[in-house]
Design a binder for this molecule. Sequence first.
Ligand SMILES: Cc1cc2nc3c(=O)[nH]c(=O)nc-3n(C[C@H](O)[C@H](O)[C@H](O)COP(=O)(O)O)c2cc1C
Length: 289
Amino acid sequence: MDGVTDLSFRRLIRELSGGNAPLFVSEFLSTGSPIFLTPANLRALRFDKEEEPFCMQVFGNNAEKLASAAAQAQGLGAAFVELNAGCPARKVSSKGSGAGLLRDLPNMQRILRAMKSAIKVPLLMKCRLGWDETSLCINEVLEIAEGEGVERLTIHGRTKAQGYKGQANWNAIGEVAAKAKIPIIGNGDINSLEKAMDAIKNYGVKGVAIGRAALRNPWIFNPSAKVDVCSVVLRYNELMLQDGFSPMQALGRLKQLCSRLCEDMPEFRSGILRAQSTSEFLQFFEPLR
Ligand SMILES: Cc1cc2nc3c(=O)[nH]c(=O)nc-3n(C[C@H](O)[C@H](O)[C@H](O)COP(=O)(O)O)c2cc1C
């Protein structure tokens, strides 16, 4: 997840998951620059041995660039390369990238074909149900994906127009899963192990992808783990500093994480968000130890 699931956050999740999080995916990587391996992308492409098999996700609108990026990702050790066809952000989708591909299926097809011929590792795709309610295209997307050799399709059960609002349409995901020849991974609003198991049982998906719930609850993959928020915060800070974050950069990320963890505690939350230094921030957690 862009801006969140960098190496240190994934390390945190992995440590908390007790081995239960089966596949880690990079943040999505832009293919918009003349070269793919920009310093920012090189940084985002780093992964730990323990994360293998690791999936690298790319986005863009140009088949040649995406094919070249896919080959370079494979060269850096990606076990899977995934095309993002779901990002609704205006700066991405308005340029025909991310969910923008749902409005230009011929280009999606060109891109998948080019990427597929550039790599030996499995090609995956993540998409939404369509651009908006009036232009649902998930059936066509499935046909294209299967025809172009995509080996797994993750479907977020919303349209681009919905953004993150409303409820994910799991019936629509289930209808696609019922006819698909490739494994379908369902995505949208899964925030507990029970919901994940129900989705797999009731909608015929081969698995689920968990996004925002892992931001509010980094130990979601291991519900039986005994963890306290304080040690999670300290550990995340340590991991970011080890990974070269400045203390102020790490403080920004700590605030992001904790404001999500503490959504139900508005006073506490506004206190931590005002902290000017890591030590001031960590003091809020002392009483919880
Ligand atoms: C901050 C943020 C960043 C995201 N970045 C990505 C991304 O880089 N790639 C991707 O496929 N999806 C990304 N997503 C979408 C999620 O992966 C997921 O599809 C969506 O949030 C719905 O699932 P959920 O209800 O489990 O969160 C992002 C979502 C959020 C909120």
